[in-house]
Design a protein around this ligand. Structure first.
Ligand code: TXA
Ligand code: MG
Length: 319
């Protein structure tokens, strides 16, 4: 497995060929790094599950280079989904739609829906474009971490997470630090009504503002296999405590305006909520590197992106 920094066009084409030949390629997106495989190659997709240690009933997101490819994967596309795609793609938004025959059980975890996203990171977008030019139909790409662990936001995080399981002909494409730092917002549909399945950087306010329809935030039902239902996710090894006071040597994460309690180990000091999202997973990883046992987090307050950050912090605390 080779890490390719700031890949050239030729190197991206090479990675697309590797994917078409059934190998795995980890690549940067604007949210987190993904581990890509040809969505139509069952063997390659099954390697994703084994490399990640992920249960096979946990569905994958199909990544496409543009909206134009969507109709081969989804049969019903509500108007509200079209509007969201037009406004926010390419970008950090995933739409869950009724699947076509192309979206096999080994992608969807046997659900009759398929998750689709068009990422905007130039390396991801170009890789998808080149893959489609070779006759490919889309790449499945879960976050490039061990199941239940913290999503990677740099190429070195990917190497640390999965490097030992990647083979000679697999690649890691490096594209710098991820712009958003938390996973995409996932929206499902009940007819035209959008349902929030995973909060992210595209906020409920933005979606409601565009559609003029209220987003359903009802409790996830047990059939919907999104990460939110799992006990442990996005977790560092340290025990995460939300809003406490750290003892000496314990980890501490808060906005920069919050002072570090005496003796605590400050892990990140984001000055805005956007920076908070960008840096949170780096803070988790740093806690692990420093062998910190207990990590105290003061979450940001407010709605929008703050709610998405709080969602990830709460899930880490459950782990
Ligand atoms: O930002 C992201 O979405 C990143 C980048 C790499 O694109 N990908 C990502 O994939 O977060 P993953 O596999 O780590 O998380 C995808 C989530 C899972 O929690 C999965 O359960 C949910 O999407 N999902 C996938 N297909 C679904 C479906 N048909 N119905 C409901 N949830 C689905
Ligand atoms: Mg993930």
């Amino acid at each position: 497995m080779e890490i390719i920094s700031n890949p050239t066009m030729d190197e991206i084409k090479g990675a697309a060929r590797a994917l078409k030949n059934g190998h795995l390629v980890a690549f940067p997106t604007e949210t987190v790094y993904g581990l890509g495989a040809d969505a139509l190659n069952e063997k390659a997709v099954s390697r994703i599950y084994s490399v990640k240690g992920r249960p096979t009933d946990h569905p994958l997101i199909v990544h496409l280079s543009s909206f134009d490819q969507i109709s081969i994967w989804a049969t019903v596309i509500p108007d509200s989904a079209k509007k969201l795609a037009k406004e926010f793609w390419p970008g950090p938004l995933t739409l869950v739609l009724k699947r076509s025959d192309l979206a096999k059980n080994y992608i969807t975890g046997s659900q009759n829906s398929v998750a689709i996203r068009v990422p905007k990171h130039p390396v991801a977008n170009r890789l998808l474009y080149e893959f489609e030019k070779l006759g490919g139909s889309g790449l499945v790409a879960p976050s490039a971490n061990k199941f239940g662990a913290v999503s990677p936001t740099t190429s070195l995080d990917v190497r640390d997470e999965l490097g030992e399981h990647l083979l000679k002909d697999d690649f890691i494409l490096d594209g710098g630090n991820c712009e958003y730092g938390i996973e995409s917002t996932i929206i499902g549909f009940d007819g035209e009504i959008p349902q929030l399945l995973r909060p992210g950087s595209i906020t409920v306010d933005q979606i409601e503002g565009l559609l003029q329809i209220q987003v359903q935030k009802s409790e996830f039902n047990s059939q919907t296999r999104v990460s939110g239902n799992l006990q442990s996710h996005y977790s560092p090894r340290a025990t995460v405590i939300v809003s406490g006071i750290p003892d000496k040597g314990e980890g501490f994460i808060a906005l920069s305006q919050v002072q570090t309690p005496e003796g605590a180990v400050r892990l990140i000091s984001p000055s805005t909520n956007i920076e908070y999202a960008q840096q949170l997973y780096q803070g988790f990883r740093l806690a692990d590197k420093k062998n910190i046992n207990r990590l105290i987090i003061i979450p940001p307050t407010g709605d929008g992106i703050a709610e998405s950050i709080l969602d990830r912090i709460n899930k880490a605390a459950k782990g």
